[in-house]
Design a protein around this ligand. Sequence first.
Ligand SMILES: [Zn+2]
Length: 339
Amino acid sequence: MLGTILNGPRDVRSVELPEPTIIHPTDAIIRLSATCICGSDLWPYRGINPVTEPRQMGHEYCGVVTEVGSAVKTVKTGQFVVGSFVISDNTCPHCRYGFQSSCEQREFMSGAQAVYARIPLADGTLVATQEMPSEDLIPSLLATSDVLGTGWYAADAARVQPGSTAVVVGDGAVGLMGVLSAKQAGAARIIVMSRHKARQELALEYGATDIVAERGDAGVAKVKELTNRIGADAVLECVGTEESMAQALQCARPGSTIGYVGVPHGVQFDGQKLFFTQVGMMGGPAPVRRFLPHLMELVLSRKINPGKVFDLELPLADVAEGYRAMDERRAIKTLLRVP
Ligand SMILES: [Zn+2]
């Protein structure tokens, strides 16, 4: 089958690989309906996260179950399923508390930029649809697996309330999904920090009410101006850099919460400054499994269209061009069609 290997910085290839097989009795094998490239795949691609050995890429997935292990009870062959990028049993204390991304048996998905993938802990991880979804819904269902689930978590963690003002820091795919999620949570005003025209337009379509193109102190000043010098009721931090986190902290009003879902790279905090800022912080890898049934229902009933975030579609064999396009910011997010 075709799969995707990252050999080193900027060296990603579509290669022929053996098909995955059941290793543990709790595994399932799926045939991907479509897969995609994540912003977080760019960290190892750019060599910012070191790559010491060839790595099979891909952690966002949806598809049809082709085989299940002997201990799998609820997932059945032939079902269409979506799973989180974090493998979880959905039964341990952390899972039952809604934090499946900290599951006692947590594993991070890999190898999904391929025709087939092995899904560990299939019963806990996968959510099946009642029937085979319409082909045009596949991009949106795929989006629930990570990018939408993560944007949703940012809004959930930031405690976006109906009628409130939310600021979204970051106009990448997750930031845009954060806008959609804040809108669904009922935010009356959604300010997105973005400098790119195509992303601004999509943000407006997803429910943004204001665009702030300025960065750093000028960006913070603009947000303050838009909020009568108070700051935002909720902030969604969807980048993970020192600068974006500083912006998030300065845009947040006292008593508000920052939902931070950008994986931090080089972010440090001054304890005393944090103390006097009086802002709450909740973040980390999104517990997508908690949100999946609801998000899939919103997609299946066509209430939301997160699949629009894919502005480039390529065959799986052209995965290298997909990475290049995202690296060079020619594409927001690349969907890979599976042959
Ligand atoms: Zn668990």
